[in-house]
Design a protein around this ligand. Structure first.
Ligand code: ZN
Length: 221
């Protein structure tokens, strides 16, 4: 399914999808559950735009390639470019919206790549590896340090986090990223996953939400 950014009211967002910048281990509890050390500076990787699919009634699992883990994350959409250590005001002005997203991961493959000291790309960038819901406009969310992210599977809450528990909060995170490389309108930042990651199975019914702002149902196929 082709992807185009849109708001929750169905309005299409005109700028094209860019890259998806991801931060690993941004919640201490999640780093611990995978026996990873908590990083001393943000751990970044990039998913290409080609792996993004919209969160519709269903989404496809690359189940022929090993275990696919879900990671529910708060996605931040940029509507303006950011580069070279932008100010807090510039960062806030550049954010267009927020959405719940799934960073899908071929966990066994990632573990074998990690063990060899290789990049994770092929475990994180397969077609369909980033599932993005429509965005809540930025002006609807006033406090970036109090945004919830929740994922339920088959009626049971599996992940229930809040941006207040991020090791790198959203604004300093975007400043850090833009200090390393330029961000453009249409780029998306996945801000890390809280504890509770696990495998997805064919037929799993998901509810993915930014509690109080947006809520979506979907099915893994
Ligand atoms: Zn992730």
């Amino acid at each position: 399914m082709s992807y185009q950014h849109q708001y929750v009211d169905g309005t299409r967002i005109h700028f094209p999808l860019g890259k998806v910048v991801c931060i690993g281990r941004n919640y201490a509890e999640h780093a611990h559950e995978l026996n990873n050390p908590v990083p001393t500076e943000p751990l970044l990787f990039i998913k290409p735009g080609s792996c993004v699919v919209p969160l519709g009634e269903s989404f496809a699992l690359a189940a022929d390639r090993g275990t696919v883990h879900y990671e529910a994350e708060i996605a931040v959409l940029l509507g303006k470019p950011l580069s070279r250590k932008p100010s807090t005001e510039e960062v806030l002005d550049a954010i267009s919206g927020f959405a719940p997203a799934l960073d899908l991961t071929l966990r066994e493959l990632q573990n074998s790549l990690k063990a060899k000291g290789y990049p994770w790309e092929v475990a994180k960038s397969f077609d369909g590896a980033c599932v993005l819901a429509p965005f809540v406009p930025a002006d609807a969310i006033s406090d970036l340090t109090d945004i919830g992210i929740r994922l339920s599977i088959n009626g049971a809450v599996r992940q229930d986090g809040n941006s207040r528990d991020m090791l790198n909060p959203i604004v300093p995170m975007l400043q850090h990223i833009a200090g390393h490389f330029s961000l453009q309108a249409g780029d998306v930042i996945l801000t890390g996953t809280p504890a509770g990651v696990g495998p997805l199975h064919n037929g799993d019914e998901l509810v993915l939400e930014l509690p109080g702002h947006s809520r979506f149902k979907s099915c893994a196929l």
